[in-house]
Write a protein that binds this ligand. Structure first.
Ligand SMILES: [Zn+2]
Length: 302
């Protein structure tokens, strides 16, 4: 054996350690990047929805009983508050202010649903609304609609069992690229909710601002593509869409109609009046995050 070979042989264990260290470092930094990226995305989403929340509260308070009563006069227009929930889980001390203003504890969510029953509200589905628009199938008195956005895992873990306990149905708007990703629901979980009577709605593929997409093919793919993926994987028609960030314009609405959706949930500023003449512009509001505020927005007497 030559001297050079002998030196190499002696160095081998050290080289192996070095290689191991390099691989370890790469893995850790990749992990840190992924977590940071995910958190940043969640935070951005939370911030945006939070700003909508503030506006929705301001607007919602102005919807009066007279407006609700007046709706009976005009055909196929009805007062149906569409509530939007995002996060239902125990609160953590590390939660940012934005997340905290957007999240409900399971106890609060449970209390809100109890309040709805006690105050005489009847939870309806987008299917009920569609039937009312299409053929006048009557809705119950004091109808209200529950929806969840983005497909967060905590919705399956915490909100789904509470919905079942109350016998309420809700619609879960998911953006398809996130399904199965860390922190989001899996296809199997979506199927289980669907089988339990929940509705799965489309919320685009990648959760972009649809109004900012210049390429018509890309816009179409976000709208029609997400519908196709959901229908293929869940084996049921997907007829309701929610615009990411509640943002839409005429070309977005045209694609939503052309893709075959029957209804679409729009911005967060409308007070709850929905009309058959505008099935792709159903206004919504973020659900109040405290039981007190919730009971004030949805009183027993209305
Ligand atoms: Zn969203």
């Amino acid at each position: 054996m030559g001297a050079r070979a002998a030196i190499l042989l002696r160095m081998l264990p050290r080289l192996r350690t070095l290689a191991l260290l390099v691989v370890l470092c790469a893995a850790v930094s990749a992990g840190v990047f992924l977590v940071a990226h995910d958190l940043l995305g969640t935070y951005r989403l939370a911030l945006h929805v939070f700003s909508q929340n503030e506006a929705a509260y301001a607007e919602f308070g102005t919807v009066s009983a007279e407006v609700a009563a007046g709706s009976a006069a005009s055909a196929r227009s009805v007062y149906v508050p569409i509530l939007v929930y995002h996060i239902v889980r125990p609160s953590y001390p590390s939660d940012s202010a934005a997340v905290r203003r957007l999240a409900l504890t399971p106890e609060t969510f449970d209390a809100e649903l109890s309040h709805l029953s006690e105050a005489g509200y009847r939870v309806v589905s987008f299917g009920d609304l569609e039937a009312y628009f299409a053929s006048g199938t009557p809705l119950p008195a004091k109808p209200i609609l529950l929806s969840f956005d983005d497909g967060w895992q905590n919705q399956f873990t915490y909100a789904f069992p509470i919905l079942k306990k109350h016998g309420f149905s809700a619609t879960f708007f998911v953006f398809t690229n996130a399904i199965g990703r860390r922190g989001f629901m899996t296809w199997d979980e979506l199927k289980r909710m669907r089988e339990a009577g929940m509705t799965i709605g489309a919320h685009s593929r990648s959760h972009p601002y649809l109004t900012k997409i210049a390429d018509p093919a890309a816009l179409w793919d976000e709208i029609a593509g997400s519908k196709a993926v959901l229908e293929q994987r869940l084996g049921v028609p997907v007829t309701v869409f929610a615009y990411p960030f509640g943002q839409y314009d005429p070309s977005v609405v045209a694609d939503v109609a052309r893709a075959g959706y029957r209804l679409a949930r729009g911005d967060f500023y409308a007070g709850g009046m929905v009309s058959a003449e505008r099935p792709y512009e159903l206004g919504a509001m973020n659900a109040p995050t405290t039981t007190e505020l919730f009971a004030k927005k949805f009183p027993a007497a209305r």
